[in-house]
Design a protein around this ligand. Structure first.
Ligand SMILES: [Zn+2]
Length: 101
């Protein structure tokens, strides 16, 4: 079976996702103040594991090249946002986790 290409989102799809998610899927902090170039759309479940590349399987994450801003996309590496969040549960993040429960 040929390897499936990573899906590229259209502008419309990206704005739909931004309308649904107001926070980064990895750190759960707001995306406010981040320009479109500073946001990446990542798979919630890894498509390499056979998960569908539907729009519902994408979520925005911080990906700023500005060192003073967040780059969760780079920080999490190849993990899915969900896996990364499970590991990334230091005390500084607990307020955020509670709010989203
Ligand atoms: Zn983030």
């Amino acid at each position: 079976m040929p390897k499936e290409q990573r899906r590229v989102l259209t502008q419309d799809e990206e704005s739909e996702l931004l309308g649904k998610h107001s926070a980064c899927y990895v750190c759960l902090k707001t995306l406010e103040g981040y320009s479109p170039e500073e946001i990446q759309f990542d798979h919630i479940y890894n498509y390499a594991d056979g998960h569908p590349q539907e729009l519902s399987n994408f979520a925005p994450v911080h990906a700023s090249k500005d060192p003073r801003k967040l780059n969760c996309h780079k920080a999490k590496g190849r993990k899915t946002p969900y896996e990364y969040r499970e590991e990334y549960s230091g005390p500084h993040n607990s307020d955020n986790m509670l709010r989203y429960r």
